[in-house]
Design a protein around this ligand. Structure first.
Ligand code: FES
Length: 593
């Protein structure tokens, strides 16, 4: 008789199956294993969902199929695994017609997007890298929008640990650069983000919700209260105040203003991480939708109120009291902004950045005050600060200890957060400017304290008409050489020269950024590498394809080169998932290579 439909393939006769116990059917998406057990016929993907070992070589006992590679066990009837790390094995319909066994050669789910959504939820809940990778691949293949995937992961992260963490920061940083990534890299970016959120939540107590106040105080009172509760480290009060501001319909700019003012009650709190996390929570809401503000934004409050300020550290007090210097200047800011209000064409960002790199803190503060008097807006100051901090990284001397890279990195990512927050807050009123500029002053002092990192300074390639003619000229060869440099340790200067070569020849900055992103996404990158990449891309976006933009991408490349290569274990997991999802027979492929 004919096949029941074109989708079915003949596996063999039932008698043959009974004698052999199992048969393998080839020809569809992937090989299918047909098993006869205790009077019933089952059909499953022959590739173990863990790492692709042929399940035909496994054993069956009491309705349980055991893979003979890492001994994952599966319910024969449903394909569901007893060992969560291995994932479920897809099953397919099987029919016995006139003594012959027919199997459907495709594995499908009625609603693919819903199926992979649930698999991602399972992977996140149990911190299962392979399941997360497959679910990410499956969702993208099913056409689920990237923003929807980011939303699912972000809300999981917000609900399943008590506070914003490294994972949500990485997720947001990578989601921010998704628009510049090719398809394959987008899969890796989403996988890394979700994997790190899951790891952050693993073993953590879920977050406990709090409620807004029943009243609706005016915005000025809520902002004052938030600063007050931060000063006395009263987390519950600060969360309820913030929730009240959200419930009252504060705009993102007003919320940013209130949180920025509270977070800068302490100088450079938690080496800048407190403000950086707050900024990332705002960016996350831009990505997933502001209707989730009450779920996401209060997660930053715990760290904000608990953070240790730099005013508690000796280096900020002696030999120069940098905290007092900042406070004295703050009292002058309102008049300075009032004086500069008429000038709207201030264009001294790059020049100000050079002054911020000076070695006299009083003169640094004077330079900021002069810029304000000349018409610089808070966001202008933030952009200058971020560029100056990028130059610290770009000129990081090779004589420093390796751990010092993090000192340079902290100032840069903090400065980028200040710039992004000040841009968001805008130029509504002078009172806002005064509190906002505290963040710039703190960043400038952190930058001053890190001046030793540029003694002696590394030379920045590409300056002064240097064409770097000993290096390749076409963009593909430069990109390959850059990745090759990241394959070896301590290729910091070569990586910088290749970036400069690419840009000074006028090649596409987007192609270079994609190469830098690839270099990060193939590694088991540390938290700071993701931050450095994303902050660099943001700042390059602000400065464009200019000398300053080149310096910023050189800073990124130098930092990444100092932290590469790693084991690349996560890339291996992502690659296994990708090949399994595409129907590859991993075990056979490995055996034939
Ligand atoms: S348990 Fe089957 S490949 Fe690992």
């Amino acid at each position: 008789m004919d096949a029941p439909s074109k989708e079915f393939a003949l596996a063999g006769s039932l008698e043959e199956l009974k004698i052999k116990g199992r048969l393998v059917v080839h020809g569809g998406h992937s090989p299918i294993l047909v098993i006869y057990d205790r009077g019933r016929v089952f059909a499953l993907d022959n590739r173990c969902p863990h790492m692709g070992f042929p399940l035909e070589r496994g054993s069956v006992e009491d309705g349980i199929l055991t893979c003979h590679w890492h001994h994952a066990r599966f319910d024969l009837e449903s394909g569901c695994t007893f060992d969560l790390w291995a994932d479920d094995v897809p099953i397919c319909p099987v029919e016995v017609r006139n003594g012959d066994v027919w199997v459907k050669t495709t594995f499908t789910h009625a609603d693919l997007a819903a199926h992979w959504h649930q698999r991602l939820a399972n992977g996140l809940a149990h911190d299962l890298g392979l399941v997360i990778a497959k679910a990410m691949h499956g969702q993208l293949a099913a056409g689920v929008p990237q923003a929807e995937i980011v939303r699912e992961v972000a809300l999981f992260g917000a609900q399943n640990r008590d506070g914003w963490g490294v994972g949500l920061t990485i997720l947001t940083a990578l989601a921010n650069i998704l628009p510049v990534l090719p398809e394959e890299e987008a899969y890796l970016a989403l996988f890394h983000g979700a994997r790190r959120v899951a790891a952050d939540c693993d073993g953590e107590a879920p977050r406990r919700e709090r409620a807004p106040l029943g009243s609706r105080p005016d915005p000025a009172a809520l902002k004052r209260w938030l600063r007050r509760w931060t000063n006395v480290r009263h987390r519950e009060a600060a969360e309820r105040t913030l929730l009240t501001a959200i419930a009252a319909g504060f705009s993102p700019a007003e919320l940013a203003d209130a949180l920025f003012a509270a977070a800068t009650e302490r100088a450079f709190a938690d080496t800048g991480h407190s403000l950086d996390f707050i900024n990332k929570a705002f960016e996350c809401l831009d990505l997933v939708g502001w209707q989730h503000a009450a779920a996401l934004l209060p997660t930053v409050v715990g760290q904000m109120v608990a953070a240790r300020g730099a005013e508690e550290s000796t280096a900020w007090r002696q030999p120069v009291d940098l905290v007092a210097l900042c406070e004295e200047s703050t009292s002058e800011l309102a008049d300075l902004f009032a004086a500069g209000r008429g000038s709207r064409d201030w264009s001294g960002r790059a020049a100000l950045a050079q002054e911020l790199l000076g070695d006299d803190p009083a003169r640094i503060v004077d330079a900021l005050k002069e810029a304000i008097r000349a018409g610089a807006a808070p966001a202008d100051l933030g952009q200058s600060l971020a560029y100056a901090a990028a130059l610290r990284v770009a000129r990081f001397g090779n004589a420093n200890e390796h751990a010092d890279w993090e000192t340079a990195h902290h100032v840069f990512t903090y400065a980028n957060a200040v710039h992004q927050m000040l841009t968001r807050i805008g130029t509504a009123n002078i009172d806002t400017h005064v509190t906002a500029v505290r963040g710039v002053l703190h960043g400038a002092m952190a930058l001053y304290l890190a001046r030793y990192l540029n003694v002696p300074p590394a030379r920045i390639p590409g300056d002064g008409g240097d064409q770097l003619d000993d290096l390749p000229a076409d963009p593909e060869t430069i990109g390959a050489a850059l990745l090759d440099a990241f394959d070896r340790q301590r290729q910091v200067d070569l990586a910088a020269r290749l970036v400069a070569r690419h840009l000074t020849l006028g090649h596409s900055p987007q192609a270079l950024i994609a190469t830098l992103a690839h270099a990060v996404l193939r590694e088991d990158a540390g938290f700071h590498a993701y931050q450095m990449l994303e902050a660099g891309v943001r700042q390059f976006g602000a400065w464009g394809d200019t000398d300053e933009g080149r310096h910023i991408l050189i800073a990124v490349a130098r930092y990444l080169a100092a932290h590469s290569p790693t084991e690349r274990a996560s890339l291996q997991t992502a690659d296994i998932a990708r090949r399994l999802m595409r129907g590859g027979e991993l075990h056979q492929e490995a055996g034939s290579s």
